[in-house]
Structure formats: C-alpha cells, structure tokens
Design a protein around this ligand. Sequence first.
Ligand code: ATP
Ligand code: MG
Length: 256
Amino acid sequence: MSARILAITNQKGGVGKTTTSVNLGASLAAAKQRVLVVDLDPQANATMGSGIDKKKLRSTIYHLLLGQKRIDEVLVRSETAQYDMLPANRDLAGAEIELVEETGRETRLKDALDSVAQNYDYILIDCPPALNLLTVNGLCAAHAVMIPMQCEYYALEGLSDLINTIKRVRANLNSNLQIEGLLRTMFDPRNTLAQQVSDQLQNHFGDKLYRTVIPRNVRLAEAPSYGLPAMVHDKSSKGAAAYLTLAGELLNRHGA
Ligand code: ATP
Ligand code: MG
C-alpha cells in the first residue's frame, strides 16, 4: 500500500499549518505509522521545529525540485519526531522563479514522491502561506487537502480563493484531489466569537470538519524553539493530546 498524501494548506499566514504538520506527523509516528513530512516553505519552520538545523543542510527540497539531487540525497530523519523529512531552507524561495522555464514544473514534487510513497503510510506536506507554484506542487502531489483555520471573524475570507485553486488543479493537473477536511486550530472556548464561528463552520461544512479541535496551548507555541514536537516537549499538555486525538481520527477515517 502506498502512502496517503495530505497537503496542509491555507494561504492565510499563521493559522497553524506548520504546527499541524509537525505535531500530526509526530502523533502518527507514535501510532506506528511510517511518516514523511515535506517542508515546502522557504521559512523552513517545519524543518527547524523537527530539530533539523536548516543552516547545516547541504541538500534540501530546493535541489530536489530543480532536479539537482535525488530524493535519497535529500531525505533526513527527525530523531525528535521519529519521522523522515524533506527539509527546506531559504533557497526554496528561488525555486519559484527558477522553475518557471522548466517543463513539468507543477509536478516536480509529485514525480519525486512517486518513488518513495510505498515506503510510508502518511506523507504530510507543509505548504507556504501563498497560492504559488510551491503550493501547486503540494496540491499536485497530494490525494487530499487539510485546511487548518482559526475560528475568527475573517476565517472564511480567502477560503474561496483556496477552493478555486484546488478546483483549477483538479481540472488540469490532479483530477483525484479531494478536500479531506477543515481543522479548527488555536481554539479558545471562552471566546464567544470563536464559538460562533465554530458553529458556523459546523453548519456549513458538516462532515468536512474534523471533530478534533486544536486548543490554543502555550506548549504548542514553545515546542518549536526546542526543535521538538509538543508530545516530546510536554506529553501531558492539552496541545499534545489534541494532536494525538487528531491522528486517531485520521486513522479511523482511513482504516489503519
Ligand atoms: P505560516 O503561514 O507563517 O507558515 P502557519 O500557518 O504554518 O504559519 P504556525 O507557524 O503553525 O502557522 O503557527 C503560527 C504561530 O502560532 C506560531 O508561533 C505557533 O507556534 C503558534 N501556534 C500554532 N498553533 C498554536 C496553538 N494551537 N496554540 C498556541 N499557539 C499556536
Ligand atoms: Mg508554516
């Protein structure tokens, strides 16, 4: 069986894409799943948050997308999170421009993952906060999209742009692409507005909304500074528990 590949995406910045990639990845790994996390963001937050020093990398996903390195030369192991990674650094920002002239520029990641997908149960792609060529590479490589969002007044703004991009990719490049679900992140139950927005999402998206809600939790925010997923930083934290529950929800959906 080949890996289930999820693009974790939302062009809105700071909604919890990277926190979800790292902590869901580590939680799935803790559930004995073979996991690959792909850092598709030049900010390289997923790389650093997995305890991999972006400044020391000789090979990154940049080289892979440009066809300068093979995937086995780029893969690294996160010992803290217990998953494999395709790490990134600042160089990746240049790929956008350098790929423009290249053939098959939208499917570079897909083509690279094809050769390793059978080695994994889950591949999680941490997308940048933009609907650019890097994100399109993520959407072409994925079976489905996971959309983290904060329950705030403007949460739905921009969602139509994302959905249109998904439709365009489906029409032209990846006809099987599904929207797997929307994930409520940084949730504060004491905030009335957050509750109201959450209810609206429930009415609007129903089954497409993950039942698991990720609470606002300081352990999730501080763990990356130690290069650790929250379940290693503080296993007893609410944040760690929420991502373990989310991993369980995914495994139930897809039948582990
Ligand atoms: P970007 O669009 O810049 O890539 P992102 O969508 O990947 O951002 P994160 O980096 O995961 O978002 O989160 C943004 C900030 O919020 C980070 O400082 C992170 O540590 C913090 N954060 C994320 N989730 C939570 C949470 N549930 N509770 C508290 N803080 C959180
Ligand atoms: Mg991020």
